[in-house]
Design a binder for this molecule. Structure first.
Ligand code: ADP
Ligand code: UDP
Length: 237
């Protein structure tokens, strides 16, 4: 695998072309941002943790029947993935009220839902990733009806698998964001990452936050929280 020119530098990762037009290399950085890039910082060691964690979780999901972009971990920070055309939707699943849900609907953080919820945001930094429903996504031709159905089915399946696994680690899966993409033949696969950057993870016993909210809310102990969830994952995978 030969790494070629950089295609893109995002807030948390760099993306490189390879000698294979269907494969990319993603490189995880320690850079952290929040509030649509307004807050910037570094979480030392985050890139290494997110790379490993995302890869292990994607391999678990693949076994459970959810196709993913994962191909091969190259080193601490770099992974080969299948190149997709990203469906510009942030797909958010929630099991417990927190963050923007609590703010928008005036519900205290921690209220447990009887059934998980799903929502979409338009992945568009200039517009600040506005919330949208599936009819808006169809009107803007971001995805077809069939693709949206597939994405919903996979997203709930991911939730069931991850909820079960994190519970075994003594971690409550509160909510998370997924991105999906299309392979060359149109197949929908799970892409991007699954990590404490993109999930809310609370200690089952103490309720302690073990995710990016520690950075967003200046709570301290950010690096320790990422290391703790990674340790628990490694003990239970
Ligand atoms: P952002 O773009 O939000 O700053 P990142 O720093 O994580 O996010 O950058 C990674 C970029 O790569 C994102 O735009 C993401 O949608 C995209 N991406 C993730 N997986 C793939 C893939 N398999 N193929 C193509 N693009 C991908
Ligand atoms: N999330 C994400 N990227 C985003 C927005 C949200 O990974 O651009 C994740 C976030 O980490 C949380 C879930 O999606 O696990 C729900 O986030 P929420 O809508 O509550 O937004 P926030 O409070 O992060 O603004």
């Amino acid at each position: 695998m030969i790494k070629r020119e950089q295609l893109y530098e995002g807030k948390a990762k760099k993306v490189f072309m390879t000698d294979d037009p269907e494969l990319l290399i993603v490189s995880y950085k320690d850079d952290a941002t929040a509030f649509n890039g307004l807050k910037k910082g570094t979480i030392v060691g985050k890139g290494v943790i997110n790379n490993r964690m995302s890869n292990l979780l994607m391999q678990m999901l693949e076994k459970a029947g959810v196709p993913t972009h994962f191909v091969e971990e190259l080193n601490d920070r770099e992974t080969v993935v299948k190149k997709v055309s990203i469906v510009p939707l942030e797909v958010i699943i929630r099991n417990i009220a927190a963050g923007s849900f609590s703010k928008r609907f005036g519900v205290p953080e921690g209220v447990v839902f009887e059934r998980p919820t799903i929502e979409f945001s338009y992945k568009n930094d200039e517009l600040g990733d506005p919330l949208m429903n599936s009819y808006h996504a169809l009107a803007l031709k971001l995805a077809t009806e069939e693709e949206i159905e597939t994405i919903k089915r996979y997203a709930f399946k991911v939730n069931e698998e991850l909820k079960k696994f994190w519970l075994e680690c003594g971690v409550t899966l509160v909510d998370f964001k997924l991105e999906f993409g299309r392979l060359k033949d149109g197949t929908i696969v799970l892409a991007d990452e699954i990590s404490p950057d993109t999930s809310r993870l609370w200690d089952v016993k103490t309720g302690e936050k073990l995710d990016k909210d520690r950075f967003r809310r200046d709570m301290g102990g950010v690096e320790d929280a990422y290391a703790e969830v990674m340790k628990r994952l490694m003990e239970n995978i």
